[in-house]
Design a protein around this ligand. Structure first.
Ligand code: URA
Length: 262
């Protein structure tokens, strides 16, 4: 059954308040305490983060193999390397590594945390409940996985019990993510939650303090929002995620046509 746009927005918990348009004012209840809505949405802050070079990582545990230098790999070689990766202990309990899914020439790159139980079985990111919400978030932007969008994760193997990946595990996987970004060349990167922010921006500040700002990674604009799994547990924050997506769309448009007024 395909959902109407209104049903999708209702699914995100924000219908019927907002229309999909630029400079949309957030509903009163969505106002950020730390910033006026206009300030939060204006793409004025540019914070550049030095690109982490793909590199050989230290062994995360006995028996782990270093990631190796993946910086020259093409996509098929990278996919093979990830499928056979033993760079950190997460390989011990995975059913399979989950590289990502979507358009290999995307405008948008969404990065989550790591595969959960469903993703570990199916080999595709965000196929569980959080994935349904992510799909609805994409649909509200009139995009879909495989069409202008690639979806990946900070770590490619399921952390046992769906725990948060450890810093060493994210470090072991980072060369793969870096190579994905270099090959995909997205026009914008959206970081879903703290693990993705840690991996890409090397920043452990609160999401609340990072939302509404334009960062850069390898010359690509980066914005931050909440992880869909968090949103499922904190329904009122869906409205903030919607603000973040509108902000991201404005940043993308500026990136693609900087001379046009928006
Ligand atoms: N959560 C994530 O961060 N990634 C997935 O692929 C699934 C759930």
């Amino acid at each position: 059954m395909s959902l109407t746009r209104e049903q999708m927005l209702a699914e995100m918990g924000i219908s019927p308040i907002w229309e999909l348009r630029d400079n949309a004012a957030p509903p009163i209840e969505a106002a950020e305490p730390e910033a006026a809505p206009g300030e939060a949405l204006a793409p004025t802050v540019i914070e550049s983060v030095p690109e982490a070079r793909p590199r050989v990582v230290e062994q995360a545990s006995a028996g782990a193999m270093p990631t190796g230098d993946v910086s020259g790999m093409d996509w098929p070689a990278l996919a093979r390397q990830v499928a056979n990766c033993r760079a950190c202990p997460l390989c011990e309990q995975r059913k399979q590594a989950v590289l990502g899914v979507g358009d290999l020439h995307p405008e948008w790159l969404f990065i989550g945390e790591g595969p959960g139980a469903d993703e570990d079985v199916q080999g595709e990111p965000f196929v569980g409940q959080a994935g349904k919400l992510l799909d609805n978030m994409l649909a509200s932007l009139e995009i879909a996985r495989g069409n202008k969008v690639y979806i990946g994760n900070a770590v490619k193997c399921r952390p046992p019990g769906n725990r948060t990946p450890e810093a060493a595990e994210m470090a072991a996987c980072r060369p793969y993510l870096e190579r994905q970004i270099a090959l995909l060349k997205p026009k914008i990167i959206v970081l879903l939650g703290k693990a993705a922010v840690h991996s890409v921006l090397h920043n452990d500040n609160s999401l609340a303090s990072l939302r509404g700002k334009r960062f850069e990674h390898a010359g690509i604009p980066v914005v931050v929002t909440y992880h869909p799994a968090y949103l499922l547990r904190n329904l009122p924050d869906k409205a903030k995620a919607w603000e973040d997506l509108l902000f991201a769309r404005r940043v993308l448009r500026e990136q693609m046509a900087p001379e046009l007024p928006f």
